[in-house]
Design a protein around this ligand. Structure first.
Ligand code: C2E
Ligand code: CA
Ligand code: CA
Ligand code: CA
Length: 279
């Protein structure tokens, strides 16, 4: 039995080693990809729920591969956070979002803020105010041209420092949304003190909202909580007319999801916005 155990352990070790090597190799590829500018941003429109007019855009990272496919952020962000690569990648994202904003403004679509996702590691290990200011100044944009999205869990990792950073950002005209709202464990007493502009209700609660009483109860509670704090409430992952109708009827301010537009390259965003204008 002892020998069998040894074999099992050896196999276990080998698989851990293989996984470790794999992660190390991927981290190396990401490093090179950042240096060589391989990453791209796609943009998903956020619309006003009441009249479906465009309200903002969310920037989402894509890593194009040689075969034409994309690696989704879910498959590399975590590793970037664990290795610290997210600081360099995040800096690139902020600048790429500002560059996109410049192009949109030049084409008559300025004034729609672009929201950038920020992970906890960036929040606590970089000077976000400086990063955002440098990017907007470099592209000759007002500070409000970029916003950030922070998850509840990122904020709760160090609430005191999150508060300080959010305050500094606000003083510099940079708005913030709390992402994946409802999935974390932030205490209400804390939320109340954060200088936020928006709450984003997580897709898990939006799916089936018009048919699922439990999700409807959660969405109603999150909407009322957000509005009582004077915040803009955004529902994400809206995939059906039924969901959108429910959300609009319950006073949700903005919506985002495959129903109204998937994340797309900047060119396609412009076409979508132009079509919208001509309707
Ligand atoms: P997130 O910030 O919650 O972004 C929303 C995700 O939902 C995106 O996935 C988006 O493509 C997807 N989505 C939007 N509408 C729908 C819908 O109607 N149905 C469904 N099923 N999905 C929808 P994506 O692009 O794969 O991004 C996944 C996560 O990766 C993001 O979640 C965000 O946490 C992270 N991420 C993306 N870009 C960045 C980035 O630049 N920096 C950082 N730190 N994280 C990023
Ligand atoms: Ca987000
Ligand atoms: Ca989200
Ligand atoms: Ca989510």
């Amino acid at each position: 039995a002892a020998r069998e155990n040894g074999t099992v352990l050896a196999r276990f070790d080998a698989s851990i080693a293989a996984r470790y090597t794999e992660r190390l190799q991927l981290a190396g590829r990401i490093h090179t990809a950042i240096d060589q500018g391989e990453f791209e941003l796609h943009f998903q429109p956020i619309y006003h729920a009441a009249d479906r007019s465009p309200a903002a855009l969310e920037a989402l990272l894509r890593w194009p591969q040689a075969d034409g496919s994309f690696i989704a952020p879910g498959d590399f962000i975590r590793l970037c956070e664990d290795t610290g690569l997210i600081v360099a990648l995040g800096r690139w994202v902020i600048h790429a979002a500002a560059r996109a904003q410049r192009q949109l403004a030049d084409q008559g679509w300025g004034g729609l803020p672009i929201a950038v996702n920020i992970s906890a590691v960036q929040l606590f290990n970089s000077d976000l105010v400086a990063e955002f200011s440098r990017a907007t100044e470099a592209w000759d944009l007002p500070p409000g041209a970029l916003q950030l999205e922070l998850t509840e869990s990122a904020v709760m990792r160090n609430p005191a420092q999150a508060l300080q950073t959010l305050q500094a950002l606000k003083e510099n005209g940079i708005g913030a949304a709390l992402d994946d709202f409802g999935t974390g464990f932030s205490s209400m007493s804390y939320l109340q003190h954060l200088p936020l502009d928006s709450l984003k209700i997580d897709r898990d609660f939006v799916c089936d909202v018009e048919r699922n009483p439990r999700n409807a109860a959660i969405c109603r509670a999150l909407l009322s909580l957000g509005h009582s704090m004077g915040l803009n409430v955004i529902a994400e992952g809206v995939e059906s007319e039924g969901q959108l109708a429910w959300l609009a009827a319950h006073g949700c301010d903005q919506v985002q999801g495959y129903l109204l537009g998937r994340p797309m390259p900047l060119e396609a965003v412009r076409v979508a916005l132009d079509q919208h204008r001509s309707v």
